[in-house]
Design a protein around this ligand. Structure first.
Ligand SMILES: *Cc1c(COP(=O)(O)O)cnc(C)c1O
Length: 428
């Protein structure tokens, strides 16, 4: 089903040798589609225009605007701070994290593309909010069942009314084991062809191109909002862990977005910076920091990034600048951003903000470079840390408070394939 789904999207069908990661098979020039757009263009309008170009021949303009409308009742928000600095707030989605943008689009586009064909089942594993975001994005999507596996412990933020026995389409299953057991079970289910074919099994993990490509849309959106104010270089600063977000930016550039560089903003886990600077990538042990989504030792998009470097190493050296920001600087940056600009940053966004400030101070800054900092999480996600750094209390929006509520699974299973398949089958 994965291949069937991906084959439908011809765009995604090149598989890297050994890596198994899909990258766009052809380069699309989208300039003619977005260069005439300006700050009046809404996010759904942009998505409806650009998505059919990306999914060539698969999504007609009418379907695309249905998908855009049904995916996005939230928008990126570009906030210009001064002549050389903006923040692109990407945390207004249902779980307060930028990943909502990719997930929401994937759910909506799958529903649209699967219309009039056999039903599908999306499997995901989670130990935190992302899986919940996936399950919720597929909630009420016609023809799709969403199975969520999580390791021993509690899951939060789902409504039991949306579970299969109650007439919904979500099946949360607790696995007596680890997160890795959950992922292994998903792979085993996908490889069990009779079962996978019968239920149309696919997965929605972070390296799924159906989640990655829609992340290019908000880069284009930031560009059309800021382009009239640009007098020189445009740079994006991206808090990077598994490097999906940065890769999406690079795709936007490949598709024709005029941009001069990307800052790969990392925390103390910055071994990948060596690779970006042309050295060999030697992973280092993980360090726990106050920006945990960036605590990654081997980025899962490594092969995708490597394919850019193999194609044009010299170009890439001038395109991506690595930066490493320690915890102390992160907190200091949160404080300074509040004092200077009256904005509240979460620690991940602060890493990117600090890296942007470093770049602007390191060059002979003359106002001719504009940096857009990607703010990837709502400050309320790390409310205590925000208060510590800024002295401000953050109000937790209702949708994020909902995510605190514990729910019970539909089944608790041993980490075995037959147990999983039995639990799924007994619900349907
Ligand atoms: C996932 C995440 C990141 C890192 O994004 P990658 O695509 O993995 O590089 C940054 N910030 C937050 C808040 C995240 O949840």
């Amino acid at each position: 089903m994965i291949t069937r789904f991906l084959l439908r999207m011809r765009f995604f069908t090149v598989c890297l040798p050994g890596g198994g990661l899909y990258v766009p098979a052809q380069t699309v020039d989208m300039r003619q589609f977005f260069l005439y757009m300006d700050s009046d263009t809404t996010y759904p309008e942009l998505v409806a225009t650009v998505a059919p170009v990306l999914l060539q021949g698969e999504l007609n303009p009418f379907s695309a605007s249905r998908v855009a409308e049904s995916a996005f009742n939230f928008e990126p928000d570009l906030q210009q701070l001064d002549e050389g600095l903006s923040v692109l707030n990407l945390y207004n989605g249902p779980t307060g994290v930028f990943k909502d943008f990719g997930i929401a689009f994937l759910a909506a586009v799958m529903e649209e593309l699967l219309k009039n064909s056999s039903p599908a089942m999306v499997l995901s594993a989670t130990r935190g909010d992302t899986g919940v975001s996936i399950a919720n994005a597929f909630n009420n999507r016609e023809g799709i069942t969403s199975v969520l596996l999580y390791p021993s412990g509690h899951i939060r933020g789902l409504e039991s009314a949306s579970f299969v026995p109650k007439g919904g389409n979500i099946i949360p299953i607790q696995v007596k084991g680890t997160f890795d057991d959950c992922q292994r079970l998903i792979m085993a289910t996908i490889n069990d062809l009779p079962f996978a074919e019968r239920y149309g099994v696919t997965s929605a993990n972070a390296i799924n191109p159906g989640r990655l490509l829609p992340q290019t849309f908000y880069y284009l959106y930031a560009f059309i909002k800021i382009k009239k104010q640009l007098h020189g270089d445009l740079v994006f600063s991206v808090p990077s862990g598994n490097f999906g977000n940065l890769i999406a930016g690079l795709y936007a550039w490949k598709f024709g977005m005029p941009v001069n560089g990307f800052i790969a903003a990392m925390n103390a886990n910055d071994a990948f910076g060596d690779y970006i600077q042309g050295e060999k990538f030697i992973p280092r042990p993980l360090i726990n920091t106050n920006s945990p989504a960036l605590d990654v030792s081997i980025p899962s998009n490594y092969e995708r990034l490597a394919s850019f470097y193999e194609e044009a190493p010299a170009v890439m050296r001038n395109m991506v600048y690595p930066a490493a920001i320690d915890d102390e600087t992160t907190l200091k940056t949160m404080e300074q951003a509040w004092k200077k600009y009256n904005i509240i940053l979460d620690p991940h966004s602060a890493v990117a903000f600090a890296a942007a400030e470093q770049l602007r101070n390191s060059r002979d800054f003359d106002g001719h470079i504009h940096t857009v900092v990607l703010a990837t999480a709502h400050p309320a996600k790390e409310a205590a840390l925000v208060t510590k750094a800024t002295g401000q209390t953050v109000e937790i929006p209702r949708r994020l408070r909902m995510l605190q509520k514990k729910v019970d699974p539909i089944a608790i299973i041993d980490p075995q394939l037959d147990a999983l398949e039995g639990a799924i089958a007994s619900c349907l």
